[in-house]
Design a protein around this ligand. Structure first.
Ligand code: FES
Ligand SMILES: [Fe+2]
Length: 341
């Protein structure tokens, strides 16, 4: 019998590229006049910003004769327009061809643009395997009381449905990550494209070599398989953090997972320990410390994700009720499929 490779699609959920909003890049990596190219959802794309700060995310190929518009092909942004290296067609941030070197711009010359949003320092774009427009919007969270976003990223073999399933897989938190006293706080709730789950746990952290037993309440908000937002409240110190887990298919086998994190600024009435920590340690140092802890956990997950296979009919126990809810929730992100379980 022929042995199937682990990269065989039958081992994955029914679509490699489920519908939703997916991270393109951390916004500060794309300044005005900047351009970057990426492999994203199995496509070559370009993200660039005009002089007014507008972001355009588009397919990397020019509609004229297919010149590559990214830096490696010689594409660049000049006077707020994306200029093709092949014959010099110029495009605005809406994707319209607005000038060519020698003829009026053809009206039908338009970049294949993806709907994009810039929210909380993240650039995300909409992907639909069915060619549908955005089916929901993502929230913009208030920024004023939060320190600068810090982040880490990993590239590995995986799928966003599998990575996001972590949010409702409470059993693995203790077994894989060593969290203590993990308890669900209520049922996993689904409202359209939004899923919410809450849990509490304890975790030992080492700060300057000293062990600290944290007591954390976590509230997870998932909006599709590429965007999860988690609020953490460390009850002993009063410290509050928030984190985005952004899982983006790169190609048929790999995802890029970005964990972005912010720490809440000092606030009146805060517990003394949080106030002391925020007063004594630079927020940037604290952010990096927590990002390193998160990435440590993600690496533990990657060791599982890279070697597991998708189990379409999992055998669930009574602690796995959230997983059954989550699998049902995922069906909406495969508009062409009825196979997901
Ligand atoms: S291919 Fe881009 S201008 Fe001709
Ligand atoms: Fe995990």
């Amino acid at each position: 019998m022929m042995r199937r490779s682990i990269a065989d699609n039958s081992y994955y959920p029914p679509g490699r590229y489920p519908e939703g909003w997916y991270l393109v890049e951390i916004a500060r990596k794309l300044p005005a006049g900047g351009i970057l190219e990426k492999e994203w959802m199995g496509q070559q794309i370009v993200a660039w910003r005009d002089d007014a700060g507008r972001v355009c995310v588009c397919e990397a190929y020019c509609p004229h004769l297919g010149g590559h518009l990214g830096p490696k092909g010689g594409g660049c942004v000049i006077n707020g327009r994306l200029v093709c290296p092949f014959h010099g067609f110029e495009y605005d941030a809406a994707g319209r061809c607005v000038a060519t070197p020698n003829t009026p711009p053809p009206k039908t010359a338009r970049l294949n643009v993806y709907e994009a949003r810039e929210l909380n320092g993240l650039i995300l774009a909409w992907w639909s395997p069915a060619g549908r427009g955005p089916q929901w919007e993502l929230p913009e969270w208030p920024e004023k009381e939060w320190h600068r976003l810090d982040y880490g990223s990993l590239h590995f073999r995986g799928h966003p449905q599998e990575t996001t399933e972590n949010s409702v897989d409470f059993n693995h938190l203790q077994y894989v990550h060593g969290y203590l006293a993990v308890e669900r706080a209520g049922e996993v709730q689904v409202d359209g494209a939004r899923l919410r789950s809450q849990f509490n746990f304890r975790r030992k952290l080492y700060l300057f070599g000293a062990p600290i037993l944290t007591r954390v309440a976590a509230a997870v908000h998932v909006w599709g398989l590429g965007y999860s937002f988690v609020e953490f409240h460390e009850r002993a110190s009063g410290l509050k953090l928030r984190q985005w887990i952004l899982s983006t298919p790169v190609n048929d086998t790999h995802v890029r997972l970005v964990a972005a994190l912010q720490i809440k600024r000092r606030e009146p009435g805060q517990k003394w320990l949080a106030a002391v920590l925020l007063a004594c340690l630079p927020a940037s140092w604290l952010s990096r410390f927590f990002v390193s802890r998160v990435m440590h956990d993600v690496r533990q997950d990657v060791a599982i994700w890279e070697n597991k296979r998708y189990q379409p009919l999992p055998i669930l126990n009574r602690y796995d009720a959230g997983i059954a809810t989550y699998r049902k929730y995922c069906e909406q992100f495969y508009p062409h499929s009825t196979l997901t379980r």
